[in-house]
Design a protein around this ligand. Structure first.
Ligand SMILES: Nc1ncnc2c1ncn2[C@@H]1O[C@H](COP(=O)(O)OP(=O)(O)OP(=O)(O)O)[C@@H](O)[C@H]1O
Length: 308
């Protein structure tokens, strides 16, 4: 295996047994079918597909929230399904998950300092004495003021809570982040900020990410490569710009056509990026490109995001 490979999934299958309509027999849902892919160090792989296509199930198997029916999940070359309990605990720190609904995962009775401090101490990431400095650093990293430490989850907006969720995931110094629709519940302009934050974090920390989403617009903006899922299977996998330019599978074409030509999300992403990077006004206007040909804009953004 290439040393750069952080995660390798081989022929993953997950079958759920559910009560059938008659209540006397069990029915089966084959949620994930023969799924294989890999993620390299510092790479963001997008997993896109409609609701029920099996994306979350894959994410959960990777972080250990459920066991595959068959297949292999290798993290850094080791099959995580054969880990001892001690190895599993260590692995849980290295692979973190960010959820769509950050609020429900934050204890409403604890302030942000306590929420962030506990996993840091439990996992021996920093000592009690150094935890405060470490938490300040985490808040800087996710773009929240240090004064956030004394506040409670209900005092933050949805986007800020997602930043807290990201800070908590990063606090354990993971190598892989599984981001399960982290922006779906947010306003369009806030989605753009969180997507750009994830790209910045990847660039700065050389983290690997699996970014799960419904829409090809957001997924292609943030991802280096994209795997398209349909009814439990990966039907196409390619470098983002290539997949956008030449979608091969009919379902990928449908996903691409579903992006509005002047997508408000893509406009917001560009506006947000502009505010931070100050575009040269002599360059072709990115917003013009969005309005005319969304895929050109998305492609150039991907290249910018990866520093290529
Ligand atoms: N715990 C479970 N028990 C039974 N069936 C399940 C369970 N979890 C998921 N499923 C089924 O597995 C299939 C895939 O679900 P999954 O949540 O992985 O899809 P998804 O692509 O992530 O959808 P969404 O975008 O809505 O989150 C669906 O048919 C779902 O109903």
């Amino acid at each position: 295996m290439n040393d750069d490979t952080v995660l390798k999934i081989i022929k993953l299958n997950k079958v759920y047994k559910v009560q059938s309509a008659s209540f006397f027999t069990k029915a089966v849902v084959h949620a994930v079918k023969d799924v294989s892919f890999m993620i390299k160090k510092g790479e963001i792989l997008g997993l896109v597909g409609e609701s029920g296509s099996g994306k979350t199930t894959i994410g959960k198997q990777i972080v250990g929230l459920g066991k595959p029916t068959s297949g292999t999940i290798q993290f850094r070359g080791k099959d995580i399904l054969t880990f001892t309990p001690k190895e599993k605990r260590a692995n849980r720190v290295k692979i973190q998950m960010i959820f769509q609904d950050a609020y429900s995962s934050l204890n409403p009775r604890k302030n942000i300092f306590d929420i962030l401090e506990k996993p840091i101490l439990v996992n021996h990431i920093a000592s009690k004495r150094d935890a405060g400095v470490y938490i300040d650093h985490l808040l800087d990293l996710v773009g929240l003021p240090r004064s956030s430490k004394d506040k409670y989850p209900h005092e933050f907006s949805g986007g800020q809570r997602q930043r807290i969720g990201i800070a908590r995931a990063l606090s354990l110094k993971p190598e892989l982040l599984v981001c399960d629709e982290p922006t779906s519940a947010l306003d369009v302009s806030i989605q753009a900020q969180i997507l750009n934050l994830l790209k910045e974090i990847r660039d700065e920390l050389k983290l690997s990410m699996l970014f799960i989403g419904h829409g090809l617009g957001a997924v292609s903006y943030v991802s280096d490569r994209i795997a398209v899922m349909n009814q439990g299977r990966i039907v196409e996998i390619a470098e983002s710009a290539e997949l956008f330019r030449h979608p091969l599978h009919p379902y990928t074409k449908v996903l691409k056509e579903a992006i509005p030509i002047a997508s408000p999300l893509i406009k917001s992403m560009k506006a947000e990026e502009n505010a931070r990077t100050q575009w040269d006004p002599n360059d072709a206007s990115p917003l013009e490109l969005v309005d005319q040909q969304t895929h050109h804009y998305v492609k150039s953004s991907i290249l910018k995001g990866t520093g290529s």
